[in-house]
Ligand binder design. Structure first.
Ligand SMILES: C[S@@+](CC[C@H](N)C(=O)[O-])C[C@H]1O[C@@H](n2cnc3c(N)ncnc32)[C@H](O)[C@@H]1O
Length: 361
C-alpha cells in the first residue's frame, strides 16, 4: 500500500474488550440521551398485532455502553406490554466489529438486560448503517450513540493533521463536511425505511459547539504530536502519516437540522428534539480527585487507542497486517500518554442529542 486510497473505510474499534474497558468518556457522554430513549419507549406507537417489538442499536461496538439505554427501554416497554410479548434487540456494527465480545458482555455483565428479562431476544448485524440493514417498517425503537460522526469513507487525505476538525486546509475541510452532510442524509433515508410508522430513533453524536469548536483539542494535539514523534525516531515514515486520517466529522446544530429545514420532514422522519451540550470530562474529574497526571494521560490515550488507532494503523505501509502494527499502537499510546500527562487540562466534549419520529401512516 503505497498510495492513499480515496475509498478507505473506517476500521471498527479495537477488539478483545478494549473498547468496553476504555469508553467511560462515551458512557458518561451518552447518559443524558438515556432518559430521551426511555421517553421514546413510553410514547412510541406500538405494533397492534402481537409481533415482536424490535429495538435496533446502530454502532454498538462491544455492547457495554448499550446496556443502560437498552435496559431503560425494555423496562419501560414492559410496563406497556404483556410479559410474554417478545422484545427483539438487534445490535449492529461494521462487519469487522468484535461481536464475540458483545455477546460475551451480554452473557456475563451484571448490568446485562438479558438478566431477569424473559422474552427478550438478542441478535446482531455486521453491516454498515449507511445501507438498509433491517426489513422495512420493522423497527419500533432505534438508538445510536457515538457512531454517526464516523463517515462512510475517507473522502481525502488531510495534509496537516489526522482529524479534519483540526485542519487548516479549507478545501479538505469542505470535502469532509460535504461527505458528512451526504452521509447524514443516507443514514436518515435508511432509518426512515426501517422504522415502523410512529417509531422513534434517538441519536447521540459528536457535534460542534455554538462557536464552531469540536473540543478535544488537547487530545488532537497529543495525537498528532505522538505520530510526529514516532516519525522523528524513525519508527514510521512521514509518508505513512500522510495516509493516516480519521474519517470523522463533528457536525454543527445547523448541519444536523438541515435535511428537515425545507419541509420539516425528511425521509418520512420528523426531528422532534435537537440539543447540543458539553459533556463532562470524566478523566478530568478523576484527575481533580487523584491528582495523578500519569493516570490522566493514560486514560485519554487508552480512549484514543480503543477508538481511533485501528483506523490510523491502516495508513502503515502494510495496513493492518504491517509487522509493526502491534508495536505501533503500543508506542503511539505511550507517546500520547506522556504528552497528555505533561500538562493535564480539561477537554470540551460537545455532543448532540437528537430524537426523530417516523410519521404515522
Ligand atoms: C465510538 S463507538 C460507539 C459504541 C457505543 N455505541 C457507545 O456509545 O460507546 C462507534 C461505533 O460505531 C461503529 N461504526 C462506525 N461506522 C459505522 C457504520 N458505517 N456502520 C455501522 N457501525 C459503524 C464503529 O465500528 C464503532 O463500533
Amino acid at each position: 500500500m503505497t498510495e492513499m486510497s480515496s475509498v478507505s473505510r473506517p476500521a471498527p474499534m479495537e477488539g478483545g474488550g478494549a473498547y468496553n474497558r476504555s469508553s467511560s468518556v462515551q458512557a458518561a457522554g451518552l447518559s443524558p440521551a438515556v432518559p430521551l430513549f426511555e421517553q421514546a419507549a413510553k410514547t412510541v406507537q406500538l405494533p397492534i398485532t402481537p409481533t415482536p417489538i424490535v429495538i435496533a442499536d446502530y454502532g454498538s461496538s462491544e455492547g457495554r455502553n448499550s446496556l443502560a439505554p437498552m435496559s431503560a427501554a425494555i423496562r419501560t416497554l414492559r410496563n406497556r406490554v404483556d410479559p410474554e410479548c417478545a422484545i427483539s434487540v438487534v445490535h449492529t456494527d461494521l462487519a469487522g466489529n468484535d461481536f464475540s465480545a458483545l455477546f460475551q458482555t451480554l452473557a456475563d455483565d451484571s448490568d446485562s438486560y438479558l438478566r431477569n428479562n424473559d422474552a427478550v431476544f438478542v441478535s446482531a448485524v455486521g453491516r454498515s448503517f449507511y445501507e438498509q440493514i433491517l426489513p422495512s417498517d420493522s423497527v419500533t425503537l432505534g438508538w445510536s450513540s457515538w457512531a454517526l460522526q464516523w463517515l462512510s469513507r475517507m473522502p481525502a487525505p488531510i495534509p496537516d493533521q489526522v482529524h479534519v476538525n483540526a485542519t487548516r486546509d479549507a478545501t479538505v475541510r469542505a470535502t469532509y463536511f460535504r461527505q458528512a452532510n451526504e452521509d447524514w442524509r443516507t443514514f436518515l433515508k435508511n432509518r426512515g425505511r426501517e422504522l415502523r410508522h410512529g417509531g422513534q430513533l434517538v441519536v447521540l453524536t459528536m457535534a460542534l459547539d455554538d462557536n464552531g469548536d469540536f473540543g478535544l483539542r488537547p487530545l488532537a494535539k497529543a495525537l498528532y504530536g505522538a505520530l510526529l514523534g514516532l516519525a522523528d525516531e524513525g519508527f514510521i515514515r512521514p509518508d505513512e502519516i500522510k495516509r493516516m486520517a480519521i474519517p470523522m466529522v463533528s457536525r454543527s446544530k445547523e448541519e444536523l437540522a438541515a435535511p428537515f429545514s425545507e419541509n420539516e420532514q425528511f425521509a418520512g422522519l420528523s426531528m422532534i428534539h435537537l440539543h447540543v451540550f458539553n459533556s463532562e470530562d470524566q478523566n478530568w474529574l478523576a484527575f481533580k480527585t487523584d491528582h495523578d497526571a500519569k493516570k490522566f494521560g493514560a486514560r485519554w490515550a487508552a480512549f484514543a487507542r480503543a477508538s481511533v488507532f485501528p483506523t490510523l494503523a491502516l495508513g502503515l505501509d502494510g495496513g493492518r497486517d504491517d509487522p509493526r502494527a502491534a508495536q505501533f499502537v503500543n508506542k503511539f499510546e505511550d507517546g500520547m500518554a506522556v504528552r497528555l500527562a505533561a500538562a493535564p487540562e480539561p477537554m470540551r466534549i460537545p455532543l448532540a442529542n437528537i430524537v426523530l419520529v417516523k410519521n404515522a401512516s
